[in-house]
Design a protein around this ligand. Sequence first.
Ligand code: BTN
Length: 242
Amino acid sequence: IEVFRETTSTNDIIEKLARDGVKEGVVVFAESQTKGRGRLGRRWISPRGQGLWFSILLRPELRPTEATQLTILAATALAEAIRRHTGLAPEVKWPNDLLLRGRKVAGILTELTAEPDRIRHIVLGIGLDVNQAAADFPTDLRRTATSLRVEAGRPFNRAELAAAILRALDQDYARLKDGQFEQIAGEWEELCTTLGRQVVVAIGSRRIRGRAESLDSEGALLVRTEHGHLERITGGDVTLEK
Ligand code: BTN
Protein backbone atom coordinates (compact mmCIF):
# COMPACT_ATOMS: atom_id res chain seq x y z
CA ILE A 1 0.00 0.00 0.00
CA GLU A 2 1.42 3.37 -0.99
CA VAL A 3 0.02 6.75 -0.02
CA PHE A 4 0.74 9.87 -2.06
CA ARG A 5 0.16 13.42 -0.91
CA GLU A 6 -0.99 14.38 -4.40
CA THR A 7 -1.22 12.64 -7.77
CA THR A 8 -2.85 13.25 -11.12
CA SER A 9 -5.02 10.13 -10.80
CA THR A 10 -4.26 7.05 -8.68
CA ASN A 11 -5.43 5.00 -11.68
CA ASP A 12 -2.48 6.47 -13.65
CA ILE A 13 0.02 5.44 -10.97
CA ILE A 14 -1.33 1.88 -10.87
CA GLU A 15 -1.43 1.70 -14.68
CA LYS A 16 2.28 2.53 -14.78
CA LEU A 17 3.08 -0.09 -12.11
CA ALA A 18 1.06 -2.64 -14.12
CA ARG A 19 3.08 -1.91 -17.26
CA ASP A 20 6.27 -2.33 -15.21
CA GLY A 21 5.10 -5.88 -14.39
CA VAL A 22 4.21 -5.38 -10.72
CA LYS A 23 2.13 -8.20 -9.19
CA GLU A 24 -1.56 -7.81 -8.38
CA GLY A 25 -2.59 -6.49 -4.99
CA VAL A 26 -0.69 -3.21 -4.89
CA VAL A 27 -2.88 -0.30 -3.71
CA VAL A 28 -2.24 3.41 -4.18
CA PHE A 29 -4.05 6.08 -2.16
CA ALA A 30 -3.76 9.82 -2.71
CA GLU A 31 -4.72 12.56 -0.29
CA SER A 32 -5.72 14.60 -3.32
CA GLN A 33 -5.88 14.13 -7.09
CA THR A 34 -5.40 16.91 -9.61
CA LYS A 35 -6.94 14.92 -12.48
CA GLY A 36 -9.29 12.48 -10.79
CA ARG A 37 -11.54 10.92 -13.41
CA GLY A 38 -14.84 9.09 -13.49
CA ARG A 39 -16.56 6.92 -16.07
CA LEU A 40 -17.35 8.25 -19.52
CA GLY A 41 -14.60 10.88 -19.36
CA ARG A 42 -16.11 12.74 -16.42
CA ARG A 43 -14.08 14.53 -13.74
CA TRP A 44 -13.89 13.26 -10.18
CA ILE A 45 -13.33 15.97 -7.62
CA SER A 46 -10.86 14.77 -5.00
CA PRO A 47 -10.28 17.41 -2.31
CA ARG A 48 -7.36 16.95 0.06
CA GLY A 49 -7.94 14.79 3.10
CA GLN A 50 -11.71 14.56 2.75
CA GLY A 51 -12.30 11.28 1.00
CA LEU A 52 -10.72 7.99 0.05
CA TRP A 53 -9.24 8.14 -3.44
CA PHE A 54 -7.46 4.93 -4.31
CA SER A 55 -6.73 2.31 -6.96
CA ILE A 56 -5.85 -1.37 -6.91
CA LEU A 57 -3.98 -3.50 -9.44
CA LEU A 58 -5.66 -6.81 -10.27
CA ARG A 59 -4.68 -9.54 -12.71
CA PRO A 60 -7.72 -11.84 -12.73
CA GLU A 61 -7.88 -14.84 -15.03
CA LEU A 62 -11.00 -13.62 -16.84
CA ARG A 63 -12.07 -12.79 -20.37
CA PRO A 64 -12.46 -9.10 -21.20
CA THR A 65 -16.25 -9.59 -21.40
CA GLU A 66 -16.23 -10.67 -17.76
CA ALA A 67 -14.59 -7.47 -16.46
CA THR A 68 -17.93 -6.14 -15.18
CA GLN A 69 -17.66 -8.84 -12.52
CA LEU A 70 -14.92 -6.82 -10.86
CA THR A 71 -17.05 -3.67 -10.76
CA ILE A 72 -19.90 -5.66 -9.23
CA LEU A 73 -17.58 -7.26 -6.71
CA ALA A 74 -16.12 -3.87 -5.78
CA ALA A 75 -19.54 -2.24 -5.38
CA THR A 76 -20.73 -5.12 -3.15
CA ALA A 77 -17.60 -5.12 -0.97
CA LEU A 78 -17.60 -1.34 -0.67
CA ALA A 79 -21.28 -1.17 0.29
CA GLU A 80 -20.87 -3.95 2.84
CA ALA A 81 -17.77 -2.35 4.42
CA ILE A 82 -19.53 1.03 4.65
CA ARG A 83 -22.58 -0.59 6.21
CA ARG A 84 -20.54 -2.42 8.85
CA HIS A 85 -18.31 0.54 9.63
CA THR A 86 -20.84 3.39 9.64
CA GLY A 87 -24.28 1.81 10.06
CA LEU A 88 -25.39 3.58 6.86
CA ALA A 89 -27.00 1.43 4.18
CA PRO A 90 -25.75 2.30 0.67
CA GLU A 91 -27.70 1.24 -2.38
CA VAL A 92 -26.02 0.32 -5.64
CA LYS A 93 -26.89 1.88 -8.97
CA TRP A 94 -25.68 -0.27 -11.86
CA PRO A 95 -22.89 -0.68 -12.44
CA ASN A 96 -20.66 1.49 -10.33
CA ASP A 97 -22.40 4.04 -8.14
CA LEU A 98 -23.13 3.84 -4.43
CA LEU A 99 -26.02 6.00 -3.29
CA LEU A 100 -27.26 7.18 0.10
CA ARG A 101 -30.79 8.65 0.10
CA GLY A 102 -30.56 8.79 -3.69
CA ARG A 103 -27.34 10.81 -3.71
CA LYS A 104 -24.01 9.52 -4.95
CA VAL A 105 -21.44 8.83 -2.22
CA ALA A 106 -18.96 6.65 -4.13
CA GLY A 107 -17.98 5.65 -7.65
CA ILE A 108 -15.87 2.92 -9.17
CA LEU A 109 -13.77 3.23 -12.32
CA THR A 110 -12.66 -0.10 -13.78
CA GLU A 111 -9.99 0.33 -16.45
CA LEU A 112 -8.98 -2.67 -18.47
CA THR A 113 -5.96 -3.73 -20.54
CA ALA A 114 -6.63 -6.90 -22.45
CA GLU A 115 -5.88 -9.18 -25.38
CA PRO A 116 -8.95 -10.30 -27.36
CA ASP A 117 -9.58 -13.30 -25.07
CA ARG A 118 -7.66 -12.53 -21.90
CA ILE A 119 -7.43 -9.69 -19.40
CA ARG A 120 -3.85 -8.53 -18.85
CA HIS A 121 -4.66 -6.31 -15.92
CA ILE A 122 -7.42 -4.28 -14.36
CA VAL A 123 -7.06 -1.00 -12.52
CA LEU A 124 -9.87 -0.73 -10.02
CA GLY A 125 -10.27 2.89 -8.94
CA ILE A 126 -12.53 3.81 -6.04
CA GLY A 127 -13.60 7.26 -4.92
CA LEU A 128 -15.55 7.61 -1.65
CA ASP A 129 -16.72 10.95 -0.26
CA VAL A 130 -16.10 10.65 3.49
CA ASN A 131 -15.72 13.84 5.49
CA GLN A 132 -16.98 16.68 3.30
CA ALA A 133 -19.64 18.95 4.76
CA ALA A 134 -22.54 19.72 2.41
CA ALA A 135 -21.09 23.17 1.74
CA ASP A 136 -17.77 21.62 0.60
CA PHE A 137 -19.41 20.25 -2.58
CA PRO A 138 -19.46 22.52 -5.62
CA THR A 139 -22.95 23.99 -6.10
CA ASP A 140 -23.66 21.96 -9.24
CA LEU A 141 -23.13 18.72 -7.27
CA ARG A 142 -24.94 19.57 -4.03
CA ARG A 143 -28.23 18.01 -5.04
CA THR A 144 -26.72 14.85 -6.48
CA ALA A 145 -23.68 14.11 -4.28
CA THR A 146 -23.21 13.42 -0.59
CA SER A 147 -20.63 12.20 1.92
CA LEU A 148 -20.69 9.71 4.78
CA ARG A 149 -20.34 12.64 7.20
CA VAL A 150 -23.34 14.48 5.76
CA GLU A 151 -25.46 11.33 6.00
CA ALA A 152 -24.33 10.14 9.44
CA GLY A 153 -23.94 13.56 11.04
CA ARG A 154 -20.39 12.76 12.20
CA PRO A 155 -16.92 12.43 10.65
CA PHE A 156 -15.11 9.12 10.16
CA ASN A 157 -11.52 7.99 10.57
CA ARG A 158 -10.41 7.43 6.99
CA ALA A 159 -7.60 4.97 7.79
CA GLU A 160 -9.93 2.65 9.71
CA LEU A 161 -12.54 2.87 6.99
CA ALA A 162 -9.93 2.16 4.31
CA ALA A 163 -8.76 -0.93 6.20
CA ALA A 164 -12.36 -2.20 6.44
CA ILE A 165 -12.87 -1.65 2.69
CA LEU A 166 -9.62 -3.34 1.68
CA ARG A 167 -10.45 -6.35 3.87
CA ALA A 168 -13.90 -6.66 2.29
CA LEU A 169 -12.44 -6.34 -1.22
CA ASP A 170 -9.78 -8.93 -0.45
CA GLN A 171 -12.36 -11.42 0.82
CA ASP A 172 -14.69 -10.96 -2.14
CA TYR A 173 -11.80 -11.17 -4.64
CA ALA A 174 -10.81 -14.50 -3.06
CA ARG A 175 -14.43 -15.65 -3.48
CA LEU A 176 -14.42 -14.58 -7.13
CA LYS A 177 -11.22 -16.56 -7.76
CA ASP A 178 -12.87 -19.50 -6.04
CA GLY A 179 -15.67 -19.47 -8.64
CA GLN A 180 -18.25 -17.80 -6.40
CA PHE A 181 -19.27 -14.89 -8.62
CA GLU A 182 -22.90 -16.06 -8.56
CA GLN A 183 -23.12 -15.58 -4.77
CA ILE A 184 -21.52 -12.14 -4.96
CA ALA A 185 -23.95 -11.20 -7.72
CA GLY A 186 -26.80 -12.34 -5.45
CA GLU A 187 -25.60 -10.00 -2.69
CA TRP A 188 -25.21 -7.21 -5.23
CA GLU A 189 -28.78 -7.76 -6.42
CA GLU A 190 -30.01 -7.30 -2.85
CA LEU A 191 -28.28 -3.91 -2.71
CA CYS A 192 -29.19 -2.79 -6.18
CA THR A 193 -31.97 -0.28 -6.58
CA THR A 194 -31.68 -0.43 -10.38
CA LEU A 195 -33.36 -3.84 -10.65
CA GLY A 196 -37.10 -3.70 -11.10
CA ARG A 197 -36.98 -0.01 -12.05
CA GLN A 198 -37.78 1.76 -15.29
CA VAL A 199 -34.47 2.97 -16.70
CA VAL A 200 -33.06 4.86 -19.63
CA VAL A 201 -29.66 3.69 -20.78
CA ALA A 202 -27.61 6.12 -22.84
CA ILE A 203 -24.90 4.50 -24.95
CA GLY A 204 -23.37 7.23 -27.06
CA SER A 205 -26.31 8.76 -28.90
CA ARG A 206 -28.45 5.64 -28.51
CA ARG A 207 -31.21 5.49 -25.84
CA ILE A 208 -32.67 2.26 -24.53
CA ARG A 209 -35.77 2.59 -22.38
CA GLY A 210 -37.19 -0.30 -20.37
CA ARG A 211 -37.32 -2.23 -17.13
CA ALA A 212 -34.06 -3.44 -15.54
CA GLU A 213 -34.77 -7.13 -14.94
CA SER A 214 -31.63 -8.86 -13.75
CA LEU A 215 -27.90 -9.44 -14.14
CA ASP A 216 -26.47 -12.17 -16.33
CA SER A 217 -23.55 -14.41 -15.37
CA GLU A 218 -21.02 -11.93 -16.73
CA GLY A 219 -22.47 -9.02 -14.78
CA ALA A 220 -24.30 -7.36 -17.67
CA LEU A 221 -27.64 -5.65 -16.97
CA LEU A 222 -30.64 -7.18 -18.74
CA VAL A 223 -33.22 -4.59 -19.73
CA ARG A 224 -36.68 -5.51 -21.08
CA THR A 225 -37.48 -2.79 -23.59
CA GLU A 226 -40.87 -1.24 -24.32
CA HIS A 227 -40.99 -3.55 -27.37
CA GLY A 228 -40.47 -6.67 -25.25
CA HIS A 229 -36.87 -7.34 -26.34
CA LEU A 230 -34.26 -8.22 -23.75
CA GLU A 231 -31.24 -5.93 -24.21
CA ARG A 232 -27.91 -6.81 -22.66
CA ILE A 233 -26.20 -3.70 -21.29
CA THR A 234 -22.47 -3.78 -20.57
CA GLY A 235 -21.75 -0.06 -20.43
CA GLY A 236 -23.25 3.37 -20.83
CA ASP A 237 -25.08 5.61 -18.45
CA VAL A 238 -28.17 4.44 -16.60
CA THR A 239 -30.79 6.92 -15.39
CA LEU A 240 -33.51 5.72 -13.02
CA GLU A 241 -36.99 6.87 -13.96
CA LYS A 242 -39.70 7.57 -11.39
C1 BTN B 1 -17.41 7.21 -11.42
O1 BTN B 1 -18.29 7.32 -10.58
O2 BTN B 1 -17.58 7.57 -12.60
C2 BTN B 1 -16.08 6.61 -11.02
C3 BTN B 1 -15.30 7.49 -10.09
C4 BTN B 1 -13.97 6.89 -9.69
C5 BTN B 1 -13.10 7.84 -8.91
C6 BTN B 1 -11.85 7.17 -8.39
S1 BTN B 1 -10.95 8.19 -7.25
C7 BTN B 1 -9.59 7.08 -7.32
C8 BTN B 1 -9.45 6.65 -8.76
N1 BTN B 1 -8.65 7.61 -9.50
C9 BTN B 1 -9.36 8.25 -10.43
O3 BTN B 1 -8.92 9.14 -11.17
N2 BTN B 1 -10.62 7.80 -10.44
C10 BTN B 1 -10.83 6.76 -9.44
